[in-house]
Design a binder for this molecule. Structure first.
Ligand SMILES: Cc1cc2nc3c(=O)[nH]c(=O)nc-3n(C[C@H](O)[C@H](O)[C@H](O)COP(=O)(O)O)c2cc1C
Length: 180
């Protein structure tokens, strides 16, 4: 069994629909730790050593967030800037995260069709996510394809129900996957 650390980054969770539904779908399991970054760090003062200790204790690091300006909300960027230290996460002797899985669960207002070369946004979601992929690689982590919920503005109740079940299965699969 793998241990999963879920780092949630949503600045307005009380107004969220998609991420709230995903949040409610996270199975209640001993091997899953959920941390709501905006609740923990409303002033953006991140406890780096504490965050690093959580990372060390888990095999899968799952970042759950909405897509904001083709990227993550600012507190998650701050978390990345501060927690993934030189000499710890990357660089000389920076091997603390080697082999751990990096995965993102991302909700996007834009539809799947919009994220195509010929679509409204003109690039694929994988292209927009390249900085995350490269960050994971630099930390010698095992980057996984993201879990995506797209076109959130137009999803109906039954779509959200389907996505909720899909997210739960996605997490359970990662939990059961052999690590290492
Ligand atoms: C500041 C801001 C920036 C956004 N940028 C994007 C974007 O770049 N691409 C996109 O598809 N949707 C974008 N959206 C839409 C959000 O991704 C969408 O509302 C969110 O994923 C829905 O999840 P929620 O119900 O949990 O908030 C943006 C929304 C906000 C508020």
């Amino acid at each position: 069994m793998a241990k999963i650390l879920i780092l949630l980054a949503h600045p307005f969770l009380e107004r969220s629909k998609a991420n709230q539904i995903l949040l409610d779908s996270i199975p209640n399991a001993e091997d899953i730790t959920l941390r709501d970054l905006y609740e923990l760090y409303p002033n953006f003062t991140i406890n780096v050593k504490l965050e690093q200790s959580f990372l060390l204790e888990h095999d899968v690091i799952l970042f759950q967030h909405p897509l904001y300006w083709y990227s993550c909300p600012p507190l998650l960027k701050q978390w990345i800037d501060f927690v993934l230290e030189d000499g710890w996460a990357y660089g000389k002797n920076g091997n603390s995260l080697r082999g751990k899985k990096w995965v993102q669960a991302i909700t996007t207002g834009g539809s799947r069709e919009a994220y195509q070369k010929e679509g409204f946004h003109g690039y694929t979601i994988d292209e927009f996510l390249l900085p995350f992929k490269r960050t994971a690689e630099l930390c010698k982590m095992d980057y996984q394809n993201p879990f995506l919920v797209q076109g959130t503005f137009h999803l109906k109740e039954e779509d959200f129900q389907r996505e909720s079940i899909r997210y739960k299965k996605f997490i359970l699969n990662m939990l059961e996957a052999n690590h290492g």
